[in-house]
Ligand binder design. Structure first.
Ligand SMILES: C[S@@+](CC[C@H](N)C(=O)[O-])C[C@H]1O[C@@H](n2cnc3c(N)ncnc32)[C@H](O)[C@@H]1O
Length: 227
């Protein structure tokens, strides 16, 4: 399925930041995907009018790699006036997210099943986003896979070009070496300022973070402001 997704041009040809996962979809997630098509924004090869989706003047935050959306749902519930655009390639996770939005009666989230880099390139108007979030991006720990990491120079340039000046990219990772690499990548780019921050009280513990904690790792939060 992921083979059919529109390709991003930010990374080298053939390189993607995600791996195809063939996990089974639950009936609950499948039903939510069929029922809540009103919350789905299909990938399109043209700019999306954010105001038409979330209302004129609404701040919109794009989440790259929302997974099953545990953080998405909790944080959207705490910020009902902010538009949240959750993007992932993992269909079962997006179904779970839609089901949980139903349970919480949360109306400010929209969901796109696509490579978030292609979404940023082709659907997002320059300097329109109020924020970007990436919680536990795949760490790609092997050196030969580092080229698949989300945080790399081309992606920094892409995200910055879509953020309003002064808006933030908030990340979290449980992989110390990736955290160090993230700090180094941003430090090398004069378009950003930031670093480690305290864990925001509103960011809940996701399944990935729970597993990391069980395995003895701890998460750090990082925030970088686009200049
Ligand atoms: C390790 S998981 C973390 C999920 C979630 N943020 C959490 O904390 O539970 C990383 C997620 O990022 C997604 N992902 C990676 N690269 C992506 C991309 N370019 N576009 C959309 N999703 C991506 C993967 O499919 C996966 O669901």
């Amino acid at each position: 399925m992921t083979e059919d997704l529109p390709r991003s041009t930010t990374l080298r040809p053939g390189i993607r930041t995600f791996k195809p996962r063939r996990s089974r979809i639950t009936p609950r997630a499948e039903q939510a995907l069929a029922r809540r098509t009103d919350l789905l924004i299909p990938f399109q090869d043209s700019l999306l009018d954010l105001a038409r989706v979330w209302g004129e003047g609404t701040d919109v935050i794009l989440e790259i790699g929302c997974g099953d959306g545990r953080a998405t749902v909790t944080m959207a519930g705490q910020q009902p006036d902010v538009g949240i655009w959750a993007v992932d390639v993992h269909t079962p996770g997006l179904g779970t997210l839609l089901a949980d939005l139903d349970v919480g009666a949360i109306t400010n989230v929209r969901v796109t099943e696509a490579d978030a880099l292609a979404v940023l390139e082709r659907m997002v108007t320059p300097h329109s986003l109020a924020g970007v979030r990436s919680y536990f991006p795949d760490p790609w720990p092997k050196a030969r896979h580092h080229k698949r990491r989300l945080v790399q120079p081309g992606v920094l340039a892409l995200v910055r070009s879509r953020l309003q000046p002064g808006a933030a990219w908030h990340l979290a990772t449980d992989w110390q070496e990736y955290a160090d690499a993230i700090l180094a990548e941003f430090a090398a780019d004069p378009g950003w300022i930031g670093g480690l921050i305290e864990r925001p009280a509103d960011r809940p513990i996701t399944h990935y973070e729970q597993r990391a904690l069980r395995e003895g790792r701890t998460a750090v939060d990082l925030q970088f402001i686009s200049r």
